[in-house]
Design a protein around this ligand. Structure first.
Ligand code: SF4
Length: 328
């Protein structure tokens, strides 16, 4: 699926959430209607496949005035038959039954809900302004109204623990969304959280903790057949905007490495050659050969015998009695 993200930072938001600075997250330089119009036209002309969506991110879309929502929808209207639909992100307490009909009629296909946590304690400490019950019922109503649902979660918010994050993942899986985004909490410049951090009232997760939490979340989602469509904020967040916290430009890949390490250790067959899909080579050799080094250390090996299957990208990692192409 191709998605064109259009950023409307903080538009419609009832207040600035303690951790949120959409101007640094989205690095949005132009929010003008003319600019969006050009981006949509280019996107639709360049992508002929029907599996594409125009998305409005970075604000509380459904809390905008109906007139402004119409104005944004009108931009996509000339192309709507060539799109899968429109995607938008919003808060769980900014939805209404009559709003759903309006969104359906305008071609909205997917609603992303910034849930962040299903723990009341975390939601209160993070001053989100709604309860876990509201969050659950918003997810249910989005699905009942016939939209695809994506749940956005933020492990590591104030008062979050591994146990409350774990329960949050369980709740998210129970709601059977079409996808989940996992954004470990990073302290951004210009936020209330940055003040709390400076005053010693908030400590973010370390990178190692965040990877370990994300690994649990991702493996549970994958066992349940739920797609984690994004892990971590985008990679080109400016260093100047990050005060503290587990930001890494490739955190999603680091989590993949940890998951793959567990999988390979559990199925390792000595004196055999490991066959890997061609597009996964970088998972083994990237980050200073982290995965290869972890495997060699654990298995007390000097080298790992590897063959690469370039034809089939969907193969599972298997061990074969074949000549190795590489010794890593
Ligand atoms: S987290 Fe969502 S609702 Fe809160 S300020 Fe950011 S965009 Fe707005």
């Amino acid at each position: 699926m191709r998605i064109l993200p259009l950023f409307i930072p903080h538009q419609g938001c009832p207040f600035a959430c303690i951790y949120c600075n959409q101007f640094s997250i989205t690095q949005s330089k132009d929010e003008s209607i003319a600019y969006f119009q050009k981006l949509i036209a280019d996107f639709c002309h360049q992508n002929t496949a029907a599996d594409k969506e125009v998305a409005f991110f970075g604000g509380t879309f459904t809390a905008l005035s109906r007139e402004l929502q119409e104005e944004y929808f009108d931009l996509a209207a000339p192309y709507i038959s060539s799109l899968r639909g429109i995607r938008l992100s919003t808060r769980p307490d900014a939805l209404s039954a009559d709003g759903y009909k309006f969104l359906k009629d305008r071609g909205v296909s997917t609603i992303e809900l910034g849930i962040q946590s299903f723990s009341d304690e975390v939601l209160i400490a993070s001053r989100r302004g709604y309860s876990a019950k509201t969050a659950v019922s918003a997810c249910e109503s989005v699905k009942t109204a016939g939209f695809d649902l994506v749940i956005q979660l933020m492990p590591g918010l104030p008062s979050d623990t591994f146990s409350s994050f774990s329960a949050t993942i369980d709740q998210a899986i129970e709601l059977q969304p079409q996808g989940i985004r996992l954004y470990p909490t990073v302290v951004l410049e210009g936020t209330r959280l940055a003040d709390w951090y400076a005053a010693g009232k908030y400590a973010p997760l370390s990178l190692e903790e965040a990877i370990s939490w994300l690994k649990t979340g991702q493996s549970r989602c994958s066992l349940a057949g739920i797609n984690v469509i994004k892990t971590g904020l985008h990679s080109d967040l400016r260093a100047i905007d990050i005060v503290a916290g587990p930001h890494h430009p490739a955190i999603g890949e680091l989590v993949q490495i940890e998951l793959l390490y567990d999988e390979l250790i559990s199925k390792w067959q000595p004196d055999m050659t490991l066959e890997i899909p061609g597009n996964k080579k970088s998972l083994f050799l990237g980050h200073g050969r982290k995965l290869v080094n972890m495997l060699k250390k654990k298995l007390l090996l000097d080298k790992i015998a590897v063959t690469i299957n370039k034809e089939n990208r969907d193969i599972e990692y298997v061990f074969k009695k074949v000549k190795a192409q590489y010794y890593w």
